[in-house]
Design a protein around this ligand. Structure first.
Ligand SMILES: [Zn+2]
Length: 125
């Protein structure tokens, strides 16, 4: 059986970005594709022609060799894939935040650990 394809997309029902199963295109209109939200199970017809050219990576498709090793002194871009050696876990940077101490942090969605906040761009004295 073929492996299901997924895409992270904003769900109008959940009002959040959710993992959606790609069900298939409408006959005669290849850019209109049915998606099923993995959380609320609603189906949505999404015009993939309107989506950003740069598709978001699927968390489950990450390959360790293609991830950058996490190191707090480095800077990361949103969308970058990261490997955390202590946790033996791979994730994708979903956003960047400033934390109270004036430090910068990235929010990373990890395969095993879920969403984690990690320090980035740490300046050493
Ligand atoms: Zn939903």
């Amino acid at each position: 059986m073929a492996k299901s394809k997924f895409r992270i997309h904003f769900c109008e029902n959940c009002k959040a970005e959710k993992k959606m199963q790609i069900l298939g295109a409408v006959e005669g209109n290849e850019t209109k594709v049915w998606h099923k939200c993995s959380r609320c199970r609603h189906n949505f017809l999404i015009d993939t022609g309107l989506l950003n050219v740069e598709e978001k990576k699927d968390l489950n498709d990450l390959v360790k060799e293609e991830c950058s090793n996490y190191n707090p002194i480095n800077k990361y871009e949103v969308g970058a894939s990261i490997y955390h050696s202590d946790w033996d876990d791979m994730g994708i940077v979903t956003s960047k935040v400033k934390i109270s101490s004036g430090l910068q942090a990235i929010i990373v969605e990890f395969q095993k650990n879920g969403n984690k906040k990690l320090i980035e761009n740490l300046q050493e004295d």
